[in-house]
Design a protein around this ligand. Structure first.
Ligand code: ADP
Ligand code: MG
Length: 215
């Protein structure tokens, strides 16, 4: 298991968050404050910057200007420790085709310094346990998406970031996302980047990048 981080109220605070690619402004001066026990949809048209914003929140991309801070209680979390608090499901996440589902989660756990005791539970949670020993290259796109979800919840994170989580999923897969989302939004921070009406309905708060402000 990852170290047991005391569970306090988390706060994610963005102040005048701006991202440019070259000279093109993708979004400008976005402000929000999210706390544990909330579910927020990042919405906006294709290309409005939803995936860009969620990657910045996940600390895998930097903002061009503005501030983004995550707090555990009153303690500001150092950038290098943010990954301990975050689970991220993203179309941009790469898995290893030459390894099994189980091995993929094991490799990630080893890289992060976590034990293996949550792997079976995570696989069961997403309905992949019976396929855990199959190579990823024979997984369907929906099965790969389920594995990404298992990866994201492996360390029981305090903040769950989902970028179009139900894409490629069947009805049963969608209900896995629903259950996990409903569980996480009770006492953690849930953020879903989406244009899908169903995914949006799981949230009670919205950051609309067309309007570029919290609505
Ligand atoms: N690495 C990159 N280099 C240049 N432009 C990028 C890069 N990544 C994304 N963009 C551009 O940023 C804009 C927002 O992309 P994205 O965040 O993927 O939008 P969304 O997820 O809302 O569809 C798009 O115009 C896209 O072309
Ligand atoms: Mg996107």
């Amino acid at each position: 298991m990852p170290e047991n981080i005391p569970h306090q109220i988390m706060k994610l605070q963005a102040v005048n968050l701006t991202r440019k690619f070259d000279r093109k402004i993708i979004f400008d001066k976005v402000n929000f404050e999210l706390t544990s026990g909330s579910a927020t949809a990042i919405t906006g048209r294709n290309g409005s910057g939803k995936s860009t914003l969620i990657k910045i929140i996940a600390n895998i991309l930097l903002q061009s200007s503005g501030e983004l801070n995550l707090f555990n209680g009153t303690e500001k979390i150092k950038k290098e420790n943010i990954y301990k608090y975050i689970g991220f499901v993203s179309p941009y996440l790469n898995l290893y085709d030459e390894f099994t589902g189980y091995e993929n989660l094991k490799i990630i756990s080893d890289i992060r310094g976590w034990g293996h005791e949550n792997i079976d539970d995570s696989l069961k949670r997403v309905g992949l346990y019976h396929r855990r020993n199959d190579l990823l290259k024979i997984y369907s796109s929906g099965m790969k998406q389920r594995l990404k979800i298992a990866f994201a919840i492996l360390h029981n994170p305090h903040m769950l970031l989902l970028d179009e989580p139900t894409s490629n999923l069947d009805l049963e897969g969608i209900s896995v996302v629903d259950d996990i989302s409903n569980e996480y939004k009770k006492d953690r921070i849930l953020i879903i980047a989406t244009n899908d009406a169903h995914e949006r309905s799981l949230c009670n708060n919205e950051i609309n990048l067309n309007e570029r402000k919290l609505s």
